[in-house]
Each structure stands twice: as C-alpha cells, then as structure tokens.
Write a protein that binds this ligand. Sequence first.
Ligand SMILES: Nc1ncnc2c1ncn2[C@@H]1O[C@H](COP(=O)(O)OP(=O)(O)OP(=O)(O)O)[C@@H](O)[C@H]1O
Ligand SMILES: [Mg+2]
Length: 431
Amino acid sequence: MDRESIQERFGIIGTSAALKNVIDRIRQVARTDITVLIQGESGVGKELVAQAIHQISPRRHGPLVIVNCGAIPEGLIESELFGAEKGAYTGATERRSGYFEEANKGTIFLDEIGEMPPSAQVRLLRVLENGQFTRVGSATVLTTDVRVVAATNKDLAREVEAGRFREDLYYRLSTVLIHIPPLRERKEDILPILERFLHRFAQQYNTPMKRLEPETKALLLNYRWPGNVRELRNVAEQITVLIPGERVTPEAVRPFLRGVTASGGASELMPVARGAAWNDASEARERELIYRALLELRLEVREMKEQIEKLVAGTALAVPRHAVEHRDAAPETGQYVILRDADRDDYAALIEDVPYEIAGEEPGTNGTRLAAGAPKAEDEEPEIPTLEDAERELITRALRRFDGNRRQTARALGISERTLYRKLKELDEDL
Ligand SMILES: Nc1ncnc2c1ncn2[C@@H]1O[C@H](COP(=O)(O)OP(=O)(O)OP(=O)(O)O)[C@@H](O)[C@H]1O
Ligand SMILES: [Mg+2]
C-alpha cells in the first residue's frame, strides 16, 4: 500500500516530512510481527497509527485488542492481561482468560505502557520474548501468538533512568520506535487537518462550511496546540457550532484556545498553566461554552444510549467484530457490550476506558453493564445542585477543558487518574 492510500484509508491528514516518515514506518513494520513502540504527546494520533499498523498487517483478520494500562487498577492488571485461575485472588469466582489470550492471532495495543507496574512488566517481557505466559494463580505455561504495539506519551528512556521502567523491557519494546512529533513542530499539517474537520463538521451539523480569515489562520498556526490533533478537532467543532456566520475572525476563535486571552496581547501564545484557574476576561464566554458543551454531551450520551439499546436489542449485526464485543453475563443482568468508536473517543465507553468491575460482583467481565430499560426522564435541575451534581458538572467541565484528556483532567482536579476513572463510571451510570 502506498503512502497516499494509507493516509486516505485511515484519515491520516498531513503533508509534513515528519508525518510522511511516520507513514513510511507504518508501511515498513506492518508486514512484520516486530514489536513497535509509538511515542508522542497526547492527541498526536498514536492510536490511529496503531490501528493502521494492525489493519494493513497480515493479522488484520485477527482481533485488535486495545488495553489502556493506565486505566486498570494496579492490583488487577496482571490478571486482566494474562488471565487468572479460579480463586487466584479474592472474588475470582471463575477462571478467566486475559487480553493476551483474546488477542491470539491478532494484535494487542498496550496504550500508556509507561503506567505498567513492575510485576506486570516482568510477565510482559517474557511473553514478548517467547510468547509464553502463565495465568495468575497457575503454573501452567500457555503460549499465544500476538503482535505487540505499545504507546506512551512519557519519555520512557527517562522512566528507565528513574528506575520506574525495566531497561530490558524498554529495549525489547523499542526495537522499532515511531515518534509522532507534536503539531507545533509540524505546522504545515495544522491547516489541512483543520480544513478537513471543518468540512466534516459542516456536513455533520448541516451548516455552510466556515471560512477562516487570513489573521485567523495566522493565529491558529502560531498557537501551541497542547492537545494536538484532538484539540484541533474540538476547536473545529466549536468553530462550526458556536460561531455565527461563515467568516471566522481571530476574535471569535480566541476563546476556544487555551491560555490565549480574549484581547490577545503578550500572553497570547503562552502555554496554559497546568490546572490553571479560569481566565477572568473570558469567564462569561467560557460559562456559555461550558453550558453548551454540557448540552452537547447530554445529546451525545442520549445518542449513545439509543445506539446501545439498539445493540442490546440485537439489531446491529453489521457492526465489525472489533468494534463491538458482546459478552454473556448472568441471566438477570442482560448483556455486556463494549463499544468502540474511533471518532468519539473522548466519551464512548472504550475498552480501555471501561472501569473494572470487581470479579465476583460482575463475574467474568470488565464491560459496562447496560440496563435495557427506558431512559430516565430529563428532570429539571434543582436550584442548588447536590454535591453529586456539582461534582459531575465539574468533571464534565474539566474534561471538556482538557479536550477529554483524562490525565490532565485528573491533575487539574487534584485527584488520581484512577479516581477519575471510577468517578466517570459513576457519572456514566447517572447520566
Ligand atoms: N494526522 C491526523 N489526521 C487526522 N486526524 C488525526 C490525525 N492524528 C490524529 N487524529 C485524530 O485525533 C484524535 C486523537 O488521536 P489519537 O487518539 O490517535 O491520539 P493519541 O496519541 O492516542 O492520544 P492520547 O495520548 O491522548 O491517547 C483522533 O480523533 C484521531 O483520529
Ligand atoms: Mg490514545
């Protein structure tokens, strides 16, 4: 497959030399089983690249199992990855297979590999070396035929120096390293990606496509894009939905950019401070945006609910195997569905985002439990929100602020990422 076909097929936009290198790397490694480490900041397209590698590899007819190592509680990661025997830990009421077994003949994508605890690193090294592993609580050696693609937005070499990541594993993983540079280091990709998204959102929202004034383009080209392509996509959506008329001025776009004041000025291109308070000057506008974002989120959740209900009713047989996974559950609890949607990666219940259910209470699954009943009526908000509502709104707001990036959101809220995942799960059940 040539470079253009790959870009076309996977929607990878850009013409920079850096991006071309990335595509060439994908082409080189796809036909092999070699382990690949993808490195790059949040939102640069690591998962997109992993998908492309799998889809054009000879393993494309096998499963692609995506695991976010940072989202699984440390104590459970080994049993999640490698499986566990009945009774291996409290609550392990039945034997369960791990992701490495599920990925047999396919690819496993280990996202946020830098978050993997040391004991799991040892097992991973072994499976990388000879395909062998044991389930937690068992001495029987099993084998699996899996291609490993890992990703990190940490500097793993530094993690090795700091003693947090095994050196031997690092060398084993980084046989082939694909580094995706941040957008600010490949500025020529910014406008083509933005134009494509503006086009897509104009169609989606059924509005005329927005036209950017030259000064607006200059502003966007010089912005730091801390959230990279994910942020660019969100800004394109905001431009499409929130700006009236077809012409887009710099003033109209500024409120959508982090750390850029409404009046411009010296601080214009400063990176946003981590967990910074709201910018006073644009507070009213921000509140408006938050309100709309909440509404949009509600709509999305409602849409998702409808889709999931359809799935549960068994009407979505055409959905590809890797996109939706059904798991049987105890009869009274109905069906478990894991939903993946690459374009809605911030809110959809992704495999890696689905919080872990303690085995025993929810045997043999880490999927979201879905009540097939009617959706809750949209009650009016009480004047003084309950603590729970306030928390929900705060989390939603912070997530939006950080373009769905959970690490940054957790940091800004002063909670651990795992706590955030737990809270999101609660929130998801309430919405
Ligand atoms: N070159 C590109 N062209 C078009 N869309 C892109 C490009 N790169 C990334 N995207 C889109 O940007 C979004 C973020 O990409 P992706 O999820 O792959 O990033 P990531 O590096 O895995 O981020 P994170 O570290 O936060 O998990 C996705 O919607 C993806 O489709
Ligand atoms: Mg990712």
